[in-house]
Design a protein around this ligand. Structure first.
Ligand code: HEC
Ligand code: HEC
Length: 288
């Protein structure tokens, strides 16, 4: 089910975009399509200004790279933001932050509300980092948003950027038994045989991992990330099915809870791989 706000946003952004593309000339309004996707072009560091704005951008980038040490009260996991958004958020196909500032405000079905970029950042603090939200008015949030906005230079509001998000896999289901073997062969040398992380790589499950409410705790999201980005030294070496298998294994392991998770997707529309029961879903039939 799509909410009226989501439909309104899509419709009005479509209008703004097509008006912008028509550019005041007499050509007929362009229809939505490939022209709404802009190239993946992270700005060069030389474009960071040498002033207060530039210092804020650099502090923001440092917070995202050293999140746990810089903001210990807000991070419960042994993770940095860049553990999942590599290259300081500049890696295509790995949920890059390039253009992200131009994608918010955004209606999100998980909360059934309109999220500001600060809300989206805090979602990852609370779920992916198993921590606590930042005050949206804090200096730290301002610096983080300054960096995200810098990475979004030149991207039109509402546009898609090539390589944004993850490339979903066609394989719907993984086999966690096969995944366990694949994990030991391909992942354990960096992430540890017990998934708890080593000096070479962060944890994938257990107390120091992301919590159950995180996007990475969903098998399809994890599979799509792993397929393109892991093993770190041999990305792309697993097949779609192997990535789905290893993701099924990782997401079946224990990790911290996220209290209140049952209130997610209050108006429906939850993806099939959400690993917990939702109040908006009908109760399963009683077992006999
Ligand atoms: C455990 C992995 C993980 C960690 C750690 C993590 N994120 Fe995320 N992040 C995700 C996933 C998964 C998504 C959703 C991607 C999608 O749906 O395409 C996401 C999405 C985002 C988005 C929205 C991207 C978009 O294209 O709309 C932002 C902004 C973001 N994260 C910021 C952060 C920040 C800031 C931190 C650190 C406080 C962080 N993330 C830590 C996994 C992570
Ligand atoms: C050569 C070392 C290495 C290998 C092998 C490796 N990883 Fe990683 N992985 C990393 C590092 C380092 C990061 C943190 C991101 C970064 O620094 O680029 C990471 C991050 C991750 C993340 C997101 C952060 C987190 O800890 O939740 C996932 C999920 C992941 N790896 C899964 C896998 C899987 C599955 C395999 C096996 C198919 C694998 N990795 C193999 C080094 C490795």
């Amino acid at each position: 089910m799509t909410s009226p706000i989501a439909r309104w946003l899509r419709a009005s952004w479509g209008l703004v975009l097509t008006a912008g593309l028509a550019g005041g000339c007499a050509s007929p309004p362009a229809s939505r399509g490939a022209q709404d996707t802009v190239a993946f072009a992270p700005p060069a560091d030389s474009l960071i200004p040498h002033d207060a704005a530039g210092r804020s951008i650099l502090r923001g980038r440092a917070l995202l790279a050293h999140t746990r040490d810089s903001l210990p009260a807000h991070v419960g996991a042994a993770l940095q933001c860049v553990s999942c958004h590599p290259q300081d958020g500049r890696q295509a196909g790995a949920m890059p932050w390039v253009g992200v500032y131009a994608r918010y405000p955004q209606y999100r079905s998980r909360s059934a509300s309109l999220s500001l970029i600060e809300d989206r950042v805090n979602d990852c603090f609370q779920r992916s980092m198993n921590g606590k939200a930042l005050d949206p008015a804090s200096a730290e949030m301002r610096d983080i948003v300054a960096y995200l906005a810098f990475l979004s230079r030149g991207v039109p509001v509402g546009a898609r950027v090539a390589g944004q998000g993850l490339v979903p896999l066609k394989v719907a289901r993984g086999d966690s038994g096969r995944g366990a073997t694949l994990f030991q062969v391909n992942c354990a040398r960096c992430h540890g045989a017990g998934g708890a992380g080593t000096a070479a790589a962060p944890p994938l499950w257990g107390d120091a991992s992301f919590n159950i409410g995180a996007g990475m705790a969903r098998a399809r999201t994890a599979a799509a990330f792993i397929r393109r980005n892991m093993p770190l030294d041999r990305p792309g070496s697993l097949s779609d099915q192997e990535a789905a298998d290893v993701a099924a294994y990782i997401t079946s392991q224990p990790r911290p809870d996220f209290p209140g998770k049952e209130h997610d997707w209050p108006e429906g529309g939850a993806p099939a791989d959400v690993p917990y029961r939702l109040l908006s879903q009908p109760a399963p039939p009683p077992r006999h």
